[in-house]
Design a protein around this ligand. Structure first.
Ligand SMILES: Nc1nc2c(ncn2[C@@H]2O[C@H](COP(=O)(O)OP(=O)(O)OP(=O)(O)O)[C@@H](O)[C@H]2O)c(=O)[nH]1
Ligand SMILES: [Mg+2]
Length: 193
């Protein structure tokens, strides 16, 4: 949950990109990075030397002040490959908002559902239901040909009934709208603190 440092007058939020292997999480983070002014961001830290994420990718973003407190967002991507469940569990610790990056291709629907089910279990271990954590879904790769009609895709994948966005991470289309909505939901939780 949000970490408030009253000495430094800072609030730190943690946003996690979650989803199945190769759905576009790292590409999304890189796109987010390239569109933010340099004063407001860190470099992307890739904790993996390969294309596939092995542990995590990380980006720090500064945002506007709220009530005299500087706000910072620590943004992570999890590794999607099934064998890295322990890393995903670790990366979810203290999460404030989740952006689930689904792969919209027809033959990946089950992989998305498996990943959503795992997310539900890991959140449950932390004492949360998915409804208690700010969340949005990216229906990613909608530029590819083997995509079902969006309404069907939404019905199949958006099982937590959260805001969803059609995205193309490779061009950045929709990526910022999804991030903004997640941040909006996260900031709304501040009033409950
Ligand atoms: N056509 C298309 N390709 C995409 C899109 N987003 C990502 N890709 C491609 O999909 C592949 C996997 O993307 P990554 O961003 O590495 O996926 P990831 O979710 O980080 O994968 P893991 O780290 O293994 O979990 C890369 O070749 C990307 O270029 C998209 O919107 N459209
Ligand atoms: Mg990755």
């Amino acid at each position: 949950m949000a970490v408030i440092d009253s000495t430094k007058k800072e609030i730190n939020f943690k946003i996690v990109y979650y989803g199945p292997a190769e759905s576009g999480k790292t590409t999304t983070l890189q796109e987010l990075h390239s569109s933010v002014k340099s004063k407001k961001k860190s470099e992307v830290t890739k904790a993996s030397k390969t294309e596939r994420t092995i542990f995590f990718d990380f980006l720090a973003l500064k945002s506007d002040s709220i009530g005299g407190y500087k706000t910072r967002f620590q943004v992570y991507t999890v590794p999607g490959q099934p064998l890295y469940e322990d890393s995903r569990r670790l990366l979810l610790k203290g999460v404030d908002g989740i952006i689930f990056v689904a792969d919209a291709q027809l033959d990946r629907i089950q992989d998305n559902l498996n990943s959503l089910e795992e997310l539900k279990v890991l959140l449950h271990e932390m004492g949360y239901t998915p409804q208690e954590i700010p969340m949005v879904i990216q229906l990613n790769k909608v530029d590819l040909p083997n995509i079902p009609p969006i309404d069907e895709l939404r019905k199949a994948i958006n099982i937590f009934h959260v805001p969803d966005f059609e995205t193309i991470a490779t061009t950045g289309s929709g990526v910022h709208d999804a991030f903004r909505e997640c941040v909006r939901q996260v900031l709304m939780t501040l009033k409950d603190l």
